[in-house]
Design a protein around this ligand. Sequence first.
Ligand SMILES: NC(=O)c1ccc[n+]([C@@H]2O[C@H](COP(=O)([O-])OP(=O)(O)OC[C@H]3O[C@@H](n4cnc5c(N)ncnc54)[C@H](O)[C@@H]3O)[C@@H](O)[C@H]2O)c1
Length: 285
Amino acid sequence: MSIKRVGIIGSGIMGSGVAECAAVNGFEVVLRSRQRATADAMLAGLEKSLGRAVEKERMTAADRDATLSRVTVTSDLGDLADADLVLESIVEDLAAKKHLFTELDRICKDGAILATNTSTLPVIEMAMNTGRPELVCGIHFFNPAPVMSLVEIVRPLTASDETIREARAFAEACGKQAVEVKDQAGFIVNALLFPYLNNAVRLLESGVASRDDIDTAMKGGCNFPMGPLALLDLVGLDTSLAIIDALYEEFRDPNYAAVPLLRRMVAAEQLGRKTGKGFFDYHKK
Ligand SMILES: NC(=O)c1ccc[n+]([C@@H]2O[C@H](COP(=O)([O-])OP(=O)(O)OC[C@H]3O[C@@H](n4cnc5c(N)ncnc54)[C@H](O)[C@@H]3O)[C@@H](O)[C@H]2O)c1
């Protein structure tokens, strides 16, 4: 594999997690957030997470120090110029991502792979906003990235075999199991998962069962580690709504139409864990 230096863009849930996976597994990582203060907070978060790993004896102090020495943070996109791979994890919004890919194409060195962590959006539209569509693909990590074992490698029509091979090698070097999927909304996991999550909100909205009973039922009845409403809170309700809307946009299947309660909760900024309130309350008591 020729990837050594990785640029990660976005300081939200996924940017931080993916940066940790890459740094722990020996890649040089440049973390970019629009604001310097958030970039610094990401580094502090990484230090804390690795500190916990040392306490639990899952990592040595020497490995923690070596990992941190491979990470730099910046608010300047220009610092990604010499990255071999740039993986963006910014907001699930096609216009914002297309704009970013145009910028990255201008800034990044020839031959660098430009990848998106999008959950559902058409990767081809990002690829066609660059002058190097053969070097663009999806590398879709799951949440929380350091824990979840799967990565979907998303192949738009334009990607070269070499790009897909390199993306897969990167995911595997991060200790993940990679699967390959065509660039179709939802890929594998979210195409199957989100109709289920949306229907859980529908059950709640129509009063068929309570929040706690819906989650208890799916844990006890299907042996799922989390109930659907707690999982929506973990993913983020804004990101979840964007995913469901993208599925509807692609397939026009009524089963993919977002339940009004979900849309109302996003409007109320009840986004789940990240804002302290979603279907459950996360404010410290
Ligand atoms: N949350 C999940 O479970 C999950 C899982 C896999 C993939 N993803 C994908 O990862 C990406 C990020 O999701 P997240 O959960 O980390 O979201 P998040 O809300 O935690 O973070 C989004 C980040 O994007 C930044 N941002 C917002 N608007 C921007 C813009 N116009 N330009 C640049 N940056 C901007 C925000 O400041 C923030 O740092 C999305 O594409 C999402 O679909 C999310």
